[in-house]
Design a protein around this ligand. Structure first.
Ligand code: TXA
Ligand code: MG
Length: 342
């Protein structure tokens, strides 16, 4: 199959939207931009289309995907009821990088939700994403548009590198502004619980729901036999082919560690301005105190490790709290929980 990349602009917008509509309602999958990461979209009512998407991604069939809506009216076709906490969150954070897990309606594909009684739903901020959903006229089930287990895609080129020949169309809306996946919160378990941290932090959520908590799964390595609240947290994620180690401590200690332990093909991932202090090739992912910039650059930098054929990467760890928690969480998983504290 030939994979087309089309950069959407004001001139071709209606033509591209019509093309997306025809593919999506015809049971095909289309890669679309969102503000977090690129998504691999399929009609959320169409089991066969959703299954196609799992096959393309090589995604384990017990990891449910997020259903995307263009407006609040569409929400009625996805969830069974709207608790007051959901309304409160939606008012403040939608459209935006927040996924809310609620009880689902039976029409939503069982394949998308892996047979669960619940569904994660999100209204993206990205205007192209919302226009595509509105054009399709149906909610779109969309996981990140990468091969499962690898770094998520934050440009159309990343999607192409992973899925060329497997999907008909990638709509290029430019680089993703947030850069890591949405915050996932469940409202179906009594206490509002964050299952996956994102750039909407626990502190942000607590301005609306003061009782919200972080799931234990966020920073804990799951045991192989364990049932986690969010099935996706079971798998190694976001990993380049290189072996990633997350290193906590000062720049000085990091530089000494690298000197001692680096092999010929080891690269360092560090903060801006630290390159000169480190004796091996280094790629920076933003200023040490700017988690929003780190988030935007993170997946490109992890992909660069493969581009350079790195065997190992040593990564300077960001803080593991506040706005940095989400970035820390992605790196923790990319490393397969391989952390060295100096
Ligand atoms: O930012 C994002 O959320 C991106 C873009 C494309 O919107 N999508 C994304 O989807 O990251 P995906 O499929 O790669 O991640 C979905 C996450 C997984 O951790 C999954 O376990 C969780 O959401 N999830 C989805 N539905 C759930 C449910 N019903 N109950 C618990 N967790 C759920
Ligand atoms: Mg993913």
């Amino acid at each position: 199959m030939e994979t087309k990349i089309i950069a959407i602009n004001s001139e071709n917008r209606s033509e591209v939207l019509a093309q997306a509509e025809s593919l999506l309602t015809g049971g095909e999958v289309v890669a679309i931009p969102t503000e977090t990461v690129y998504g691999l979209a399929a009609n959320a009512f169409d089991d066969a289309a959703v299954q196609k998407r799992y096959d393309v991604k090589k995604r384990p069939a017990d990891n449910p995907t997020i259903v995307h809506i263009s407006d609040l009216i569409m929400l009625k076709s996805v969830v069974a009821e709207l608790p007051p906490d959901a309304v409160a969150l939606a008012k403040v954070f939608w459209p935006g990088p927040l996924t809310i897990v609620l009880n689902k309606l039976p029409e939503i594909s069982e394949t998308a939700t892996c047979g669960l009684a619940t569904v994660g739903v999100r209204m993206p901020e990205n205007a192209v994403a919302r226009d595509i959903i509105a054009a399709a006229g149906v909610p779109l089930a969309a996981p990140s548009a990468n091969i499962s287990g690898g770094p998520s895609p934050t440009t159309a080129r990343h999607v192409y590198d992973d899925l060329n020949g497997k999907i008909p169309l990638i709509i290029d809306g430019g680089p993703c502004q947030v850069g890591i996946e949405s915050t996932v919160i469940t409202l179906t378990t009594g206490v509002p619980t964050i299952l996956r941290p994102g750039m909407i932090s626990l502190e942000d959520i607590r301005t609306v729901l003061p009782g919200a908590v972080l799931s234990d799964d966020v920073l804990k390595k799951p045991r192989a036999d364990e049932k986690t609240q969010s099935p996706g947290t079971k798998y190694e994620h976001y990993s380049p082919r290189a072996n990633v180690t997350l290193i906590r401590g000062s720049l000085e200690d990091f530089a000494a560690f690298v000197k001692e332990n680096a092999a010929a093909d080891t690269y360092a991932i560090c903060f801006d301005g630290e390159e000169d202090a480190i004796e091996i090739p280094s790629i920076s992912y933003g200023p040490a105190d700017a988690p929003d910039i780190q988030a935007r650059k993170l997946f490109s930098v992890l992909r660069a490790a493969d581009y350079f054929s790195a065997s190992d990467v040593f990564v300077r760890a960001p803080r593991d709290d506040g706005d940095s928690l989400a970035v820390y969480n992605r790196l923790l998983r990319a490393s397969g929980f391989q952390v060295v504290t100096l």
